[in-house]
Every structure is written in structure tokens, then in C-alpha cells.
Unconditional design. Structure first.
Length: 141
């Protein structure tokens, strides 16, 4: 399970350090794609294949919507490999989509990693605190 929050900087070449905890075992190759809320989704290679299987079995009723969804998700996806220092190169188009300049937040969200602009994460985190409190209370955690 991928969990935790880490703050790092993207270097001038667009490289970002991925925490060692997220690179354990065979997790040296990742698929990066656009995510919701202006972040990037990063899937360890093995988990991406499970997502692709689910994608093929989604019960779309409208073929136009299915094509649009798959085109957007998959056209933004790219395979990246961690170098010997644990860095991945984020393509410019994905950095622009997520407004990633220098300071970023990397979070583990169960089966994926998310990369956020530090500023956007801070705003998102602040705006969703009431939602967290509501659901945490109902779960008694």
C-alpha cells in the first residue's frame, strides 16, 4: 500500500525524487498520467496493468464517452524509470498540466502516488478538511 506525504523539489531538468518507500521491490518503472484536481497520478508498473484491465471492462453505455475518456487518460500517460538516484523525469506537458514548478508534494493514495504543486495541495487540503472531519467522525477514527 502506498501511503504518506513527502515534500520535494523538481530540478531544472524536470526530474523529481520518488521516495524509496515507493520504489521498493520491482517498483522502478512507473506510468505517469493526468489526474483529477490538477495533480498527476503515478502508478507502479504492475498496478498500471491492473488499471488497464479495469479500464477495458468499464461498463460504458456511450461509446463516444468511452473513447473520450480513454483518449484523455491514455494520451497523457507516459512510462518513466527511476534513475540510480531514485529520480523520474516528468515530461513538460504533464508538468504544465499540474502547474508543477519547483516545490511539490508527493502523496501515497493506496494503489497510486499523486504529485501536486505545493500551493495547489495546500489549498486543496485546506478546502477539504471539513469533508475529512465529517467522514472521519462517521467512521469513529
Amino acid at each position: 500500500m502506498l501511503i504518506g506525504l513527502y515534500e520535494y523539489s523538481i530540478d531544472l531538468k524536470g526530474r523529481l525524487f520518488i521516495p524509496a518507500k515507493f520504489r521498493e521491490g520491482k517498483n522502478k518503472t512507473f506510468i505517469v498520467t493526468i489526474g483529477l484536481d490538477k495533480c498527476l497520478y503515478v502508478y507502479p508498473f504492475e498496478k498500471w496493468y491492473k488499471l488497464e484491465e479495469r479500464l477495458e471492462n468499464l461498463p460504458f453505455k456511450d461509446k463516444t464517452e468511452e473513447r473520450a475518456f480513454k483518449r484523455i487518460l491514455l494520451s497523457g500517460a507516459t512510462e518513466v524509470k527511476a534513475d540510480f538516484q531514485g529520480r523520474i523525469l516528468l515530461p513538460n506537458n504533464l508538468r504544465q498540466y499540474a502547474i508543477l514548478k519547483n516545490n511539490v508534494v508527493i502523496i501515497g493514495v493506496s494503489n497510486r502516488i499523486e504529485i501536486w504543486s505545493k500551493d495547489l495541495w495546500d489549498k486543496y487540503n485546506k478546502s477539504t478538511k471539513p469533508l475529512f472531519t465529517k467522514h472521519a467522525s462517521s467512521l469513529e477514527i
